[in-house]
Write a protein that binds this ligand. Structure first.
Ligand code: KG4
Ligand code: ZN
Length: 357
């Protein structure tokens, strides 16, 4: 049997992505064209600049994906695109491109939920004997969302905790900018992670900052602006660009508090599952911030200590770093069961800039 081959397109934020993936889990191409340089002067994603860049980069990504995979459009059996959530103008670029290709080829079209795609990524990327088993816990840590979910099946995600304000990714980006950290090709969040690894031990930072307070300790919700303001307010008060050691102390305190905020809620979710006799074997962590090794390690440690009560211990599953951040391979993969059941979308399909999981 010839594998069913999907061309996936993604342009929900500032990355233009195209990928070619088969139903036998082969990733034939995965192209991501970033826009960091275009947005740097605006201190965030400028919507018009993003749309304009997608308009030239999405077709370019398609072209590159085809050449990377060494195939032509006649090898493509279906077209998938991100239907939402995301920035409306941005979403429309990949959606329009996908519809044009589907119409020209006479091939079926499927619109995908971006957050489902992040959550289902390990089924594409992990070795077959290490796939998550339902029900499992999922942390989706992105620039737009911070969700702790119970995945019950491939379409049902129960929200255990959501953020009441900023997402963890946006907080990383803003903390990184408030500290004027050196730019990094993978963005401001990654710049903060890398900066924290400078070879100066914590013991040499004295007591420049006390550990941050993690907000709302008794609630099953997150507040990342609460964590962020503990960087922004004191740095603004200083009124000048702080020295490297001060920056390092704040950056590390921020990462530590962000991680503690996540592990606090994870422990609550574990005891909720235990009480409800929900036998969870895996924690999947996906989305851009899941590429952060400090966060991964803290979650792993948390599971290891918690596993005293849980038997067997809960395993941490993180997709490879390039599949945690936005990509179209996850979009193509998340569409696969819809193609298999001939559950297609038509050209009138509306975009869903806000779309609950
Ligand atoms: O999943 P993603 O690529 O796009 C969205 O769906 O939003 O996540 C992007 C977010 C950005 O806020 C980015 O700064 C953050 O993930 N991010 C990181 C790291 N890599 C990406 N945050 C912290 N550490 C990283 N290494
Ligand atoms: Zn994303």
């Amino acid at each position: 049997r010839r594998s069913f081959t999907v061309l996936g397109l993604e342009s929900s934020a500032d990355d233009s992505c195209a990928a070619i993936v088969t139903d036998s889990r082969e990733i034939k191409a995965n192209v991501v064209i970033r826009q960091d340089d275009e947005h740097r002067q605006y201190g965030g994603i400028h919507p018009y600049v993003a749309i304009k860049s997608h308009q030239s980069n999405v077709p370019l990504a398609v072209q590159r994906a085809l050449s990377q995979a060494g195939c032509t459009m006649s090898d493509i059996d279906g077209i998938a695109f991100t239907r939402g959530p995301g920035m409306p103008g941005c979403l429309s670029v990949a959606a329009g491109t996908a519809k044009g290709i589907a119409a020209a080829l006479g091939k079926p079209l499927v619109g995908v939920h971006h957050m489902h795609a992040h959550a289902l990524t390990p089924f594409l990327t992990q070795p077959v004997d290490e796939l998550p088993e339902y029900p499992f816990l999922t942390y989706l840590l992105t620039g737009g969302h911070t969700l702790l979910l119970l995945a019950e099946d491939s379409r049902t995600f129960r929200v255990l905790a959501d953020t009441i304000d900023s997402s963890i990714g946006a907080a990383y980006d803003l903390a990184s900018r408030a500290l004027s950290l050196p730019p990094h090709p993978k963005g401001a969040g990654a710049a903060l992670e890398v900066f924290c690894t400078r070879p100066i031990p914590d013991s040499e930072l004295g007591d420049i900052v006390k550990p941050f307070v993690t907000p709302m300790r008794n609630e099953m919700a997150f507040s990342f602006s609460g964590v962020l303001s503990q960087v922004i307010i004191p740095i603004q008060r200083l009124g000048h660009n702080p020295d490297e050691r001060t920056k390092l102390a704040f950056a590390r305190a921020f990462q530590d508090a962000a991680a503690r905020h996540l592990t606090d809620r994870l422990l609550k979710a574990l005891s909720y599952c235990l009480q409800g006799h929900i036998h969870v074997k895996h924690l999947v962590v996906s989305g851009g911030v899941a590429s952060n090794m400090f966060i991964r390690n803290r979650l792993k440690e948390c599971l290891e200590t918690a596993s005293v009560e849980q038997s067997p211990p809960i395993k941490l599953i993180c997709p490879p770093r390039e599949f945690c951040t936005d990509n179209a391979a996850m979009i193509a993969w998340a569409s696969m069961d819809r193609f298999q059941t001939h559950d297609y979308d038509d050209f009138a399909i509306s975009l869903r800039p806000t779309w609950k999981i």
